[in-house]
Design a protein around this ligand. Structure first.
Ligand SMILES: Cc1cc2nc3c(=O)[nH]c(=O)nc-3n(C[C@H](O)[C@H](O)[C@H](O)COP(=O)(O)O)c2cc1C
Length: 362
């Protein structure tokens, strides 16, 4: 299985399966001298972790990171950073009865067709357990971006099913288990998810992510466009079925006079472009949005076939999220951070001598 690596100068290679002994990653190309400790991974890994609330899967993973290499006396050395997390909550019997069955909406059938063999335990390599390592790598990327450039990356859940955030407050986002920006709607969300769980069904969601403080100039003009790399990074997250940059698909009904972000000496008049023009950051906030499909593993029976070619029915009784989007915010932030650090290093490598060019729009 190839293509387990991500990035050009700041590369992340992940390994491991959901119910194997451990998952891990190797980060190569991290600048030396960045202070980093095991404790710093805790916040984001807890934000992504299962069992954080009643509204997500009740698997309980400790997610304790071990730093195997690349850090000496609390600082990155510039050599490959090896991170490992041991899997502690593998109830493979939850999945025993579906080992021979292709679960609708999952990667079972496609892995089977591609490799002729699959690790069915908890979804194996296709499980979103893999995203834990993206979040861990993202912690390093976020820290370097913040320290070196003052970049701040934050995400939030913008929609669950038909419920759309009606007000916006960054401070509210971390105060509820949904990463929801309107504190006044949290009770409604709780009732909605409880009813959904009882019904045995699931629902989709939209997660938005914003990077503030990105300087102009990051991103390549043709194949390595910042927006195309961002779209690819977000689309690589499990269950993501759509990505938008800036206004995204809303642009279809906009006029040019409305969409183009007029340029004034004291700043851009708007940010419909999502902070990227011609594949290169403009200095405005970089904004992206992604849609996650409804969880496929549900209690409602669904038709399928098994490996013997027989017709069967699938009901998933394991521990699953009624809305996988609830846990996706830290993953989206991590992927944004990995794309940005990679482009920051690429820009520095080729254009580091260019410096600040006038006029620079604030
Ligand atoms: C954080 C997160 C948690 C997930 N948890 C589940 C889950 O509990 N049950 C499930 O059916 N799918 C879950 N998924 C989605 C599956 O991993 C994904 O749908 C499946 O691997 C097929 O890949 P695809 O949807 O990208 O095509 C989760 C996704 C994310 C991002």
């Amino acid at each position: 299985m190839s293509s387990n690596s991500f990035g050009t100068l700041f590369t992340v290679t992940t390994f491991g399966e959901s119910h194997g002994p451990a998952i891990g990653c190797v980060i190569d190309g991290c600048p030396p001298g960045l202070p980093i400790s095991v404790e710093e991974f805790r916040t984001d890994l807890d934000r992504r972790a299962t069992g954080r609330s009643r509204y997500t899967s009740q698997r309980h993973e400790a997610d304790d990171v071990e730093i195997l290499s690349g850090v000496y006396e609390g600082r990155t050395t510039g050599t490959p950073i090896g991170l490992l997390i041991r899997n502690t909550d593998q109830r493979s019997k939850d999945y025993g009865d579906i080992a021979q069955t292709f679960r609708p909406g999952h990667a079972d059938y496609t892995y089977w067709q591609k490799y002729g063999i699959r690790d069915p335990r908890g979804g194996g390599r296709s499980s979103a357990r893999e995203t834990t390592m993206r979040v861990a790598a993202g912690v390093i990327a976020k820290k370097w971006l913040a320290e070196r450039y003052g970049v701040r990356i934050r995400g939030y859940l913008a929609q669950i099913g038909d419920i759309v955030a009606s007000a916006f407050d960054w401070d509210a986002v971390e105060q509820n288990p949904f990463f929801w920006p309107d504190a006044g709607q949290v009770a409604e969300l709780e009732a909605f998810i409880n009813a959904l769980r009882k019904s045995g069904d699931s629902v989709g969601a939209r997660v938005n992510v914003v990077a503030d403080g990105v300087p102009p100039g990051w991103g390549e003009p043709i194949y390595g466009k910042l927006d195309s790399d961002l779209a690819s990074a977000l689309m690589s997250i499990n269950a993501v079925k759509g990505v938008e940059i800036g206004d995204g698909f809303a642009a279809v009904s906009q006029r040019g006079s409305q969409h183009r972000d007029e340029i004034r000496l004291d700043g851009f008049a708007s940010n419909h472009a999502g902070g990227i023009l011609g594949g290169i950051s403009s200095g405005q906030p970089v904004t992206a949005s992604m849609v996650l499909k409804p969880t496929s593993s549900i209690l409602i029976p669904g038709q399928s076939v098994n490996t013997a070619g027989e017709v069967t029915e699938v009901v998933t009784k394991g521990r699953h999220d009624p809305c996988v989007g609830i846990r996706a915010t830290p993953i989206a932030e991590a992927m944004m951070a990995l794309v940005l650090i990679d482009h920051a290093l690429r820009h520095r490598a080729q254009c580091g001598d260019v410096g600040i060019v006038e006029p620079r729009i604030p």
